[in-house]
Ligand binder design. Structure first.
Ligand code: ADP
Ligand code: ADP
Length: 213
């Protein structure tokens, strides 16, 4: 498994906005789910973007697998992101025109995977989360809870070491929320490092660790 860590982290969006993270140093271990909590505006989403190498720290570093990832050149950072990281957002916004299977394999195509292998992996993932029969459906034909499990499959298709999820259960009822947590739990058991920014007590309860900002 791969550890992702931050060291002396500070971030500001601009000269007039408040500084976030107060020099945070923290290490997120493989095989564990960490819930990121704290009041709105404390920087939970921003921390996921910084860890996801989409925003560069104002000072301090992001370390992935012992390497100072935030200091890499753009193309190496993009490659690291495509191969090591998976993202899940609150509303998965699947492409309405596309079959679910095609949405799941899309990040794999970006990362240069073979369509045939990806299709097989995507079917396996959908099957794991009880969605095998939905592969050829469009997003309009499935429920919000199902769409969010599809988003989990999409985040896992490149077999990322690290999964970053922003309020993945924010719009779900408790049953669907629980299925999404099960899916992330399963991903953790495979040795992945899982971070979930959340207000959902059900997520906090089932996390291995809670980091409050
Ligand atoms: P949280 O996820 O904990 O609610 P965010 O990471 O969304 O917090 O936001 C942290 C702070 O940064 C907030 O004060 C927010 O208003 C500000 N912020 C978020 N995105 C931007 C942006 N693109 N430009 C300027 N400020 C932003
Ligand atoms: P699940 O618990 O399987 O995620 P739900 O109990 O929410 O799904 O919904 C049961 C079925 O009703 C779904 O399989 C889906 O086909 C249909 N359905 C539910 N919500 C919607 C929706 N917003 N749009 C279209 N179909 C929906």
């Amino acid at each position: 498994g791969v550890t992702i860590a931050v060291q002396d982290l500070r971030f500001t969006y601009g000269p007039t906005t408040e500084e976030l993270f107060d020099g945070l140093t923290h290490s997120f271990a493989p095989g564990r789910i960490t819930a990121l909590t704290g009041p709105s505006g404390r920087g939970k989403s921003t921390l996921l973007y910084v860890l996801g190498l989409m925003l560069t720290p104002t000072s301090g570093r992001v370390i992935i697998d012992g390497e100072s990832a935030s200091d890499l050149k753009d193309h190496r950072r993009s490659r690291l992101r495509a191969h090591r990281l998976g993202f899940i957002f609150q509303d998965s916004e699947l492409d309405a025109e596309r079959a679910i299977l095609d949405s799941v394999i899309e990040p794999g195509l970006y990362a240069g995977g073979s369509p045939r292998d990806l299709r097989e992996r995507a079917y396996d993932l959908l099957a794991t989360f009880g969605l095998h029969h939905r592969a050829t459906h469009r997003p309009g034909q499935i429920s919000g809870g199902q769409a969010q499990r599809v988003a989990v499959c999409r985040a896992l298709v490149n077999e990322p070491s690290i999964v970053l999820a922003d309020e993945p259960t924010g719009n779900l009822d408790p049953d669907n929320s629980s299925l999404v947590i099960d899916a992330l739990r399963h991903a953790a058991e495979q040795g992945r490092t899982i971070l979930i920014a959340t207000h959902d007590p059900a997520v906090v309860e089932r996390a291995d660790e809670v980091l409050s900002l």
